[in-house]
Design a protein around this ligand. Sequence first.
Ligand SMILES: [Zn+2]
Length: 207
Amino acid sequence: MMTPDDLVITDLQGRKLSGRRNPSSELGMHLLIYSRRPDINAVCHAHPPAATGYAAAGVPLNKAILCELVLSLGCIPVARYGTPGTTELTEALEPLVQSYEAILMANHGVVCYGQDLLSAFFRMETTEHFARVSLVTELIGKQVLLSSGDVEKLLAARARYGVQTASSIGPDCPVTADGADAERITLTRRELEALVDEAVQKERSRR
Ligand SMILES: [Zn+2]
């Protein structure tokens, strides 16, 4: 139901410059992103159902299962919950704003940003699309992760595709096949029993 004259213009301190309505209660979130990221000119905040489902589950979209996502956003973390319209919410986002361009907001929704309005909006589309793809792999019960070598090649290809992003890639972002394997351990039944016995002995000797 919005029309252009519903829009409000404020300065970067949040003081209203023009418009007949009041600024959004999430003005603080927008100002935080503009102040921390001079390269950003547009912020898009929404509650798309699949990505918001991940946010409500506290599960980041951080696995290297789709080449397009590695290329464009790297991975999408979850910011802890903060009451909407308060500094709790901006404090939760703050540590993530510098290194990502799409963030799941726990028990709330998603925020994405970009050089212009269309790129911010498309990042929101990409996030929701990826959340749906990820959900399908979870329904199938299997995810085949790309290797860290595959991820490196995609990062090297960012320039070729003209991807402008500050999204950082670290050891756990995105989680690759070798990263996930490094976390996995295999035990025989005998080894497991020995570990349990040892823990029980320790507990008994403490009493
Ligand atoms: Zn919201």
